[in-house]
Design a protein around this ligand. Structure first.
Ligand SMILES: C[S@@+](CC[C@H](N)C(=O)[O-])C[C@H]1O[C@@H](n2cnc3c(N)ncnc32)[C@H](O)[C@@H]1O
Length: 194
């Protein structure tokens, strides 16, 4: 028996699971310890592909070892910022997950930054397949987190509701570290484009 209202990370996965099917392409924009990548890998199955972006080599090396140990072959771990995602993807993704901020247990100074996050969000929404989902977990209580969230929200407010359905879930909580979850669905009625 699971709670319906859960941690933001589980809620994000729950939304993504509604959009993603076997053989799809998906993006984990912030690999970190790889929890979302493992989830996406399982969702898309052997015929699908997951592209996972991370700027910290140590996190990548550690996760690559896990991929070998678990014999997972459908994940491409990319040592590059998510703002470059369009350069690496061969097929359009059906889901893109962001978990912003710093690596749990890592250096707090190495974190996502508004100027690159917003490029990645814009590119991600452009390449997302119609009917696809983008989730963004943002930590408004962390240093710089409120500004990063404001930059994203200000941009999302400019998007056409005909093209994107957007929700913003925040927790009734006294805990300043509670994140918010933004979930964006690209309309099914749009053309696939390029
Ligand atoms: C909150 S952690 C992600 C947690 C991860 N989802 C997990 O399951 O462990 C955020 C990660 O984003 C990484 N990061 C920071 N800037 C980035 C960028 N421009 N592109 C890709 N990853 C970035 C950080 O190094 C950090 O590991």
């Amino acid at each position: 028996m699971y709670n319906i209202i859960n941690r933001a990370t589980f809620m994000a996965q729950s939304f993504v699971s509604k959009a993603l099917s076997e053989n799809d392409t998906a993006v984990d924009a912030t690999l970190g310890n790889g929890n979302d990548t493992l989830f996406l890998s399982e969702m898309v199955g052997k015929g699908g592909e997951v592209y996972s972006f991370e700027i910290q080599k140590e996190a990548i090396d550690k996760f690559n070892e896990l991929l070998i140990e678990k014999n997972i072959n459908n994940v491409k771990v990319i040592h590059s910022g998510h703002e470059n995602m369009d350069k690496y993807l061969v097929k359009k993704p059906k889901a893109i997950m962001f978990n912003l901020g710093y690596l749990p247990g890592g250096l707090k100074a190495i974190k996502t930054e508004p100027q690159t996050t917003i490029i990645a969000v814009k590119k991600g929404l452009e390449i997302l397949r119609p009917g696809g989902i983008m989730t963004i977990i943002a930590y408004i209580g962390h240093e710089g987190g409120q500004h990063e969230t404001d930059v994203i929200v200000d941009y999302l407010k400019t998007l056409s509701p005909k093209e994107f359905s957007i929700i913003n879930i925040s927790y009734f909580s006294t805990n300043n570290n509670a994140p918010i979850l933004i979930c964006i669905e690209k309309s099914c009625n749009l053309n696939e484009g390029k």
